[in-house]
Design a protein. Structure first.
Length: 382
């Protein structure tokens, strides 16, 4: 009888161990995984911020919630990217002003950080991943007016859960900025987005992105890189043209794209400054500037890899512009078009600022720059 009981207990223990092993095997990820996330359209949380006399007064402008942010474990690596357009306010009082007019150059400090809450900007509940400082020129004629803050690669390794400023399931990713100048007065504002003649503020000009690698030590996926200029000039007619293009073959559902681009131009041969706007899009053709109906169904963002934003190009040796964006691929009908190549295009448009264009004037695209597309295959999704 004793032997029977012992045998039964051994059998139950063995069955329990097998079941536990099966559950662990089911729960554990099979091989390396990559997960791409973005805050997407209309990411801005504020219309404007106060310009202080001294550095400080931080504000969360974009935030990725715990539901959106990929969950992190010890040994993972997180890469954050993002863009944000800010605008200097009025030089003279008018209906478009968000605050009082000013003629100084706002200094804008920005950072991407992990935080324990959507409104947390400093202290022990935060961990800064990257930071940047820019100055927006305000006085005419060399007024930049719009300024774009771009983080193309902000990496962080998760050494342990204790190294995080929050519980992994509660962490948020925040894009935080502040603005200051010693000449600032009460009522001076920095616009988030762009102000319109009627006083409204147009936004949807920035995104915050995250790419989580599990584990962080996994083999690097080689990017597709193109330095060949598709067009060597940008017309000053607000007509969009393709600057760089990267062809992608055989995209699959659950593929994930991460894109960085850099391009440069110069207005040294023009008697005026110009406004530049650029965007990253997924299209059906190398010369296409608009995603067609098929491409618009491949993501939640209708073929837009990044938002359209820009700034003024003033009389410096060159005006360098950076772009960044991500795109998770979806679409059940994608397999039917499996052999149709798609293209990630950097598109740009321009027009003179405050004056009329001279006949024949064009904006040159300098040789420096290119587009880099990293395609994480569906087998890595998760």
């Amino acid at each position: 009888m004793r032997r029977i009981v012992v045998s039964s207990l051994a059998a139950l223990a063995t069955a329990g161990l097998v079941q536990g092993a099966q559950e662990l095997a089911w729960a554990a990820p099979s091989g390396p995984k990559v997960l791409v996330r973005t805050t997407g359209n209309n990411s801005e949380l504020r219309k404007s911020i106060r310009i202080n006399r001294h550095a400080g007064g931080r504000h969360v402008i974009m935030s990725m919630s715990p539901r959106e942010l990929p969950k992190m474990e010890a040994g993972d690596r997180l890469v954050a990217t993002g863009e944000l357009q800010v605008t200097g306010d009025c030089l003279y009082r008018s209906p478009r002003c968000a605050g009082t007019p000013y003629h100084f150059d706002p200094i804008v400090n920005s950072r991407i950080m992990l935080a324990r809450g959507r409104h947390v900007t400093h202290g022990p509940g935060t961990k800064t991943i990257a930071r940047k400082r820019i100055t927006c020129t305000q006085d005419n004629p060399e007024r930049e007016h719009h300024c774009v803050i771009v983080f193309q690669h902000a990496p962080m390794r998760v050494r342990s859960k204790r190294s995080l400023p929050c519980r992994p399931e509660d962490c948020v990713l925040n894009f935080v900025i502040s603005a200051h100048n010693h000449r600032a007065r009460r009522g001076d504002r920095l616009v988030i987005g762009g102000n319109q003649p009627d006083g409204t503020i147009r936004q949807d000009k920035g995104r915050l992105n995250a790419i989580r690698f599990h584990p962080g030590s996994q083999r690097r996926v080689p990017p597709h890189v193109s330095h060949a200029r598709v067009h060597r000039h940008v017309p000053l007619t607000e007509h969009s043209v393709v600057i760089f293009s990267q062809r992608l073959k055989h995209l699959e559902p659950n593929d994930q794209l991460a894109v960085n681009a850099r391009w440069a131009t110069s207005v040294r041969r023009l008697p005026y400054i110009v406004r530049l706007t650029s965007q990253l899009v997924l299209t059906r053709g190398r010369y296409s500037t608009v995603p067609n109906r098929f491409v618009r169904h491949l993501s939640r963002f209708r073929g837009e890899v990044s938002e359209a934003n820009g700034s003024n190009c003033i009389h410096r040796p060159r005006c360098v512009r950076l772009k960044t964006g991500v795109m998770p691929i979806r679409g059940s009908n994608l397999r039917r078009h499996h052999r149709v190549p798609l293209y990630v295009n950097l598109i740009a448009k321009s027009n003179p600022k405050g004056v009329s264009r001279r006949p024949g004037d064009r904006l040159p695209v300098l040789r420096t720059g290119g587009i880099k597309v990293t395609r994480y295959p569906a087998s890595l999704h998760g």
